[in-house]
Design a protein around this ligand. Structure first.
Ligand SMILES: Cc1ncc(COP(=O)(O)O)c(C=O)c1O
Length: 373
């Protein structure tokens, strides 16, 4: 039913943890909200382009149920994280302490290692521990920590972090928090009106089907007064058109994290796709995704690496068939079924444009080569 809305080919596409497919109306949106304004020689395009960015912020506000003004457009998560780390005094001390996990996306670790003092300390919760278990986080989270970094969803393991429990612990110990929703936005609901980290970073590349270049930083208004971004530009200014080189005043809201002249096109495309998914409802997307993941878990319980319990699962199933992994991968590829493979196993991420028939086909293909010993 939803397939008709997307640009898909004949492959069974299950790589939504990597890149979501574009909506069919992407080209028309690009033309109407970006190119047409650019081509119109009678006026400059900025007012309409800025409106396009406001539409993006409003779409994010609906997606995460919070004020659109708390969102600042960003290029990617790495850059957003750098900006946050460099803006908070407490995170720039010689002995700042950060808590994150070995399962976080490596780029987030690279940023941490560079954007805090080289005498600061980063503790990684090891891969061997169950990151879905709040008691594991409780062992590491104490008042000596300055910032906890939480990935809502881990694409290599199919796990989901117990965000609410971790945030409660962080609040109890006066630890700052930042949540990475790159792998969860659009497939696991997150309500920022009740779940209130200090910062949240995310993008639209994956389940939100918005393509690269449109990311975002959400800043808890209680934190804004503590944030003095270093990476600024005229769009971070309270009055961008003041044009006085001797006077810079931080934007009063989250846009102080913006910077110089922004790109427009990625936000046009993403505003449209976020609106599309908000209309369907993220609860519904999650439900559909979990039904398809359950089919895989039931078909191959012995190969399932990702969690069995829905509460601990994200949108991706991880399967490992031991010595038969290569044979299974080759068979899937030969049948034009698009998945990828990591150390823990193959990643299978069904979206709203995938259906039961496709998952049954995938199961059948695996069963042609896989012998359960
Ligand atoms: C959990 C997570 N965080 C961050 C990123 C990407 O960060 P960036 O936008 O800086 O490339 C990814 C990309 O796959 C991811 O899975």
């Amino acid at each position: 039913m939803y397939k008709k809305d997307f640009l898909l080919n004949d492959n069974i596409y299950l790589l939504n943890h990597s890149v979501g497919r574009p909506l069919k109306n992407t080209e028309q949106q690009f033309k109407t909200h970006f190119l047409d304004h650019w081509q119109d020689a009678s006026s400059e395009p900025w007012p309409q382009w800025i409106s396009a960015i406001e539409r993006y912020q409003i779409a994010l506000g609906s997606l995460f149920n919070d004020d659109a003004n708390h969102f600042c457009p960003q290029v990617n998560l790495s850059s957003a994280l750098t900006k946050v780390l460099m803006s908070v005094d407490r995170l720039q001390q010689p002995h700042t302490k950060i808590l994150m996990s070995e399962s976080d996306f490596p780029s987030m670790g690279f940023v941490m290692q560079r954007a805090i003092a080289n005498t600061a300390n980063i503790t990684y919760i090891p891969n061997s521990l169950d990151i879905t278990d709040p008691t594991i986080w409780a062992k590491y989270l104490n008042t000596s920590i300055d910032l906890v970094f939480i990935s809502h969803a881990y694409s290599n393991t199919g796990q989901q972090a117990p965000v609410k429990d971790i945030l409660a612990l962080a609040r109890e110990h006066h630890v700052l928090s930042i949540v990475d929703v790159a792998q969860s936005a659009g497939i696991i609901p997150l309500d920022l009106s009740t779940t209130r980290p200090d910062f949240m970073i995310g993008s639209c590349v994956k389940w939100l089907c918005g393509g690269p270049g449109s990311s975002y930083l959400w800043v808890n208004p209680d934190q804004l007064k503590h944030c003095q971004p270093k990476d600024v530009g005229w769009f971070s200014h309270q009055q961008p058109f003041e044009f006085n080189i001797h006077h810079f005043e931080n934007h009063q809201g989250a846009l102080r994290f913006w910077g110089g002249t922004p790109s427009i096109m990625p936000y046009v495309i993403s505003a449209n796709s976020i609106e599309y998914f908000v209309r369907i409802g993220i609860e519904k997307l999650r439900q559909h995704n979990q039904i398809l993941l359950a089919m895989l878990a039931d078909a191959f319980p012995q190969a399932l690496v990702s969690p069995q319990q829905e509460a601990q699962r994200n949108g991706t199933a991880i399967l490992h068939f031991g010595s038969q992994q290569e044979a299974v991968l080759s068979a899937l590829s030969a049948h034009s079924i698009s998945i990828d493979n990591r150390q823990q196993g193959m990643r299978i991420s069904p979206h709203i444009y995938n259906d039961r028939i496709e998952i049954m086909q995938l199961i059948e293909v695996i069963n042609t080569v896989y012998i359960n010993e």
